[in-house]
Design a protein around this ligand. Structure first.
Ligand SMILES: [Ca+2]
Ligand SMILES: [Ca+2]
Length: 83
């Protein structure tokens, strides 16, 4: 599945740049509200991995890892996704 490729590439980018999940989260959370929403994820993947995700893929990704159902990715949920 393409969203898994994006996740895989995101993990690799994180390792190559020696970033922690917290560093990555801060970069993705553009408005600083402590949650990553769809547009933030979309832009983040594009700028970090250079990969375009479709909006469907972004929403699938969020649905797969959104444990508390707020339709946003919290740092604990991102950690889960990347572990
Ligand atoms: Ca945010
Ligand atoms: Ca959530």
């Amino acid at each position: 599945m393409a969203s898994n490729d994006a996740l895989h590439n995101l993990k690799r980018a994180m390792k190559e740049n020696d970033k922690s999940v917290d560093d990555l989260f801060k970069e993705l959370d553009i408005d600083g509200d402590g949650k990553i929403n769809g547009p933030e994820l979309y832009k983040g993947i594009k700028s970090m991995v250079g990969e375009m995700m479709s909006l469907d893929q972004v929403s699938d990704f969020i649905k797969s890892y959104d444990v508390d159902g707020d339709n946003r990715i919290a740092v604990s949920e991102l950690r889960n996704a990347l572990s």
